[in-house]
Ligand binder design. Structure first.
Ligand code: PLP
Length: 345
């Protein structure tokens, strides 16, 4: 597959914004006097524009993820990268994306924002992918297939053979959203970006890395696809505060790992505690930092918990999720309070 054939003509033909700093050299050199970008000259640590190529962040993240520095793109959250992907490949009112509900709500919002139709191919009742239905679609202009694995809100990872089969057989771009991959028993498919030109992997600093507040998402793909995304991205989409904080936090590898392990421990415990309540009909197997739980009456249980100061996510209106609550794993103490509170209902 040739990725160029899928990229919108306007994106192929345009040139990207050329910033003041781009025009003279890469990066910022303290020995130079900068009179080129209409910034304030008074140093307070943030008076200069950030590096629009995110070079130091790329160096660190590409090492952690074991990919090339030019196979990474950063966004103001993954949400920005997902939006950029749709805008690189999908002409408004013409091209389409495919999503597999129940899944992350932003794919649909991004499609609608861009006047791109979202073809929904629901998961099967066991939350597995309806592979044949996806591949039998006769629409020639379905450009992007969004697969979320582990999936939000169901919590399961998809079969690795089904995922790699779809990357191979789907005639468009396949985005695998791995926001929860660090909690999964399954391995990331990030190493496949060298093998398949149509594959984009997204990950985030918002979940396992504990940095939802700084808004930093990551996209990984082949250099050409990454360069198309870079071409249309707002040049200064990752700010200096975010970059510095990320670099600082990414040094704490052990703390991040131990937090993930704590969540995994808590997940096992919470699932077995939840299953003892008679208003819990089912807990679903989870590969993420949340548990989907089917209860007798989701609206009732949601409101009861809220009254007692605990906020969970009511997913009862989602496809296949009738009477389901999605419960994020908290600290050990928070989860204890949750169980104690459920006992009082
Ligand atoms: C939380 C989440 C993200 C992360 O989005 P950010 O914009 O990086 O915070 C992406 N995809 C899914 C499925 C998520 O649940």
């Amino acid at each position: 597959m040739k990725i160029d054939a899928l990229v919108r003509d306007n994106v192929k033909n345009m040139s990207s914004y050329s910033s003041a700093r781009d025009e003279h050299k890469n990066g910022y050199d303290e020995n130079l006097i900068y009179l080129d970008a209409n910034e304030s000259p008074f140093d307070n640590g943030i008076n200069r524009y950030p590096d629009n190529k995110h070079n130091d962040l790329k160096t660190v993240v590409s090492k952690i993820k074991n990919v090339g520095v030019n196979q990474v793109v950063f966004g103001n959250g993954t949400d920005e990268i997902l939006d950029l992907i749709v805008r690189v490949f999908c002409d408004p009112n013409q091209d389409k994306i495919i999503t597999l509900p129940p899944t992350y709500g932003m794919y649909d919002v991004i499609a609608k924002t861009n006047s791109v139709e979202n073809i929904e191919i629901p998961l099967k009742s066991d939350f597995s992918i309806d592979r044949d239905k996806i591949l039998s679609l006769k629409e020639y202009n379905t450009k992007v297939l969004f697969l979320c694995s582990p999936n939000n809100p169901t919590g399961n990872s998809f079969d690795i053979n089904v995922l790699s089969g779809l990357i191979k057989d789907f005639k468009g771009v396949v985005v695998i959203d791995e926001a929860y991959i660090d909690f999964s028993s399954q391995k990331s498919l990030i190493n496949l970006i060298d093998k398949y030109e149509n594959l984009i992997i997204t990950q985030t600093m918002s979940k396992a890395y504990g940095m939802a507040g700084i808004r930093l998402g990551m996209g990984f793909s082949n250099e050409k696809t990454i360069s198309y995304i870079n071409k249309i991205k707002p040049p200064y989409n990752v700010n200096i505060l975010t970059k510095n904080k990320a670099l600082e936090e990414l040094k704490k590898v052990n703390a991040i790992k131990s937090n993930v392990n704590s969540v995994l421990n808590q997940r096992k415990k919470l699932i077995s505690s939840l299953e003892k309540f008679d208003f819990v009909e089912k807990t679903y197997q989870s590969d993420a930092n949340f548990i989907l739980v089917k209860v007798d009456n989701a609206d009732l249980r949601y409101n009861q918990l809220l009254k007692k100061g605990i906020v969970v996510r009511n997913r009862t209106n989602q496809y296949l999720c009738q009477n389901c609550l999605r419960i994020t794993l908290g600290t050990k103490d928070e989860n204890k309070i949750l169980i104690k509170t459920l006992n009082e209902l």
